[in-house]
Design a protein around this ligand. Structure first.
Ligand code: ZN
Length: 313
């Protein structure tokens, strides 16, 4: 890393919080009307595991039933014993969030609300193979499709769908304006940045979705993984600056000559967990796709993971 890049990295430090002692299977009431249950699926991508949320008391909504896990379904159903699940809400169709919906729906009969089935952010280029790490749940179908701005109301709670594409094309956050709470799924996480991997993800959409959240009133965020975020819009502004700095690092590397994506990853992500190298490559691709679209960077053919990139003259 050059001193210049080093300086950029220091200036855009995101205040991550990796302090999250919650154990899998336990029910924790974080604030009145919001309980969370951690699934036992830790990984470099999921941190300590996926969080499912229970909203309300007596007649409740469950947000993100989690991965295909009988143990986690049982923990969720135990958590709401004696209560009625009236709604199931899904933020996005990744395999660590939506597959358990079928179990919870079968046990409770509650209808499932989500933006729609899984889809990519753009059509696949001809040379692109299916990315096996995308983790998409292609079987998921909601009972009720919801759009940006639509309100889902239960007993003692009222959630507004906020379209937040970028991590996936169909990603929704669920804002609770009266309580200044936002369930932000994997769009914003306190422990790490989000993966934005084309063609499932889109950097242009992701940045626009960050702007959308930062402009809202809700300031307490609950994520799909890791601890709650107390000053949401402020944290989102850190994420925006982080991505802007990453884009600057890519342009800085390309100013020294054309490069392929592995070369750029090695120059930018110093000391990265080797298991995240592939994801980092897709993150760089997401930036490049955006830069090519804006005419700042050029490549031969479509902007793909195997491509070579240079500054547009
Ligand atoms: Zn997730």
């Amino acid at each position: 890393m050059t001193s210049e890049e080093n300086q950029m990295a220091e200036n855009d430090d995101v205040p991550f919080n990796k302090n999250f002692p919650l154990k899998p299977g336990l029910v924790e009431e974080v604030v009145p009307g919001v309980r969370r249950v951690l699934c036992d699926n830790p990984s470099p991508f999921t941190f300590t595991g996926t969080l499912s949320y229970i909203v309300g008391q007596g007649k409740v909504a469950i947000i993100d039933p989690g991965p295909d896990s009988e143990a986690h379904a049982k923990a969720l159903l135990d958590a709401v014993r004696g209560e009625t699940v009236t709604h199931i809400l899904v933020t996005h169709t990744h395999r660590d969030h939506s597959p358990n919906t079928a179990r919870i729906k079968q046990a409770t009969g509650a209808p499932v609300y989500a933006e729609g089935a899984h889809r990519a952010s753009r059509p696949r280029f001809e040379s692109e193979k299916h990315n096996p790490e995308s983790g998409a749940d292609r079987d998921f179908r909601p009972d009720i499709q919801i759009k940006h701005g639509e309100v889902i109301e239960g007993t003692g709670w009222r959630l507004e769908a906020v379209a937040t594409p970028g991590h996936t094309a169909n990603h929704l956050a669920f804002a609770w304006p009266e309580r200044k709470i936002n369930f932000v799924g994997d769009h914003v996480m306190g422990w790490s940045t989000s993966i934005v991997a084309p063609p499932d993800g889109s950097m242009i959409d992701y940045m626009a979705s960050l702007d959308r959240l930062a402009a809202r009133e809700e300031d307490l965020y609950f994520s799909g993984h890791g601890p709650e975020i107390p000053e949401g819009p402020r944290y989102v502004r850190f994420l925006i600056r982080h991505r802007q700095a990453r884009e600057a690092s890519i342009l800085h590397r390309l100013s020294k000559g054309e490069a392929d994506i592995p070369t750029m990853v090695r120059a930018i992500y110093i000391g990265i967990d080797p298991r995240l190298m592939n994801a980092a490559g897709y993150s760089v691709l997401a930036h490049l796709e955006d830069l090519v679209g804006r005419g700042v960077v050029a490549t031969d053919g479509d902007p793909v993971i195997a491509g070579t990139y240079r500054l547009a003259s």
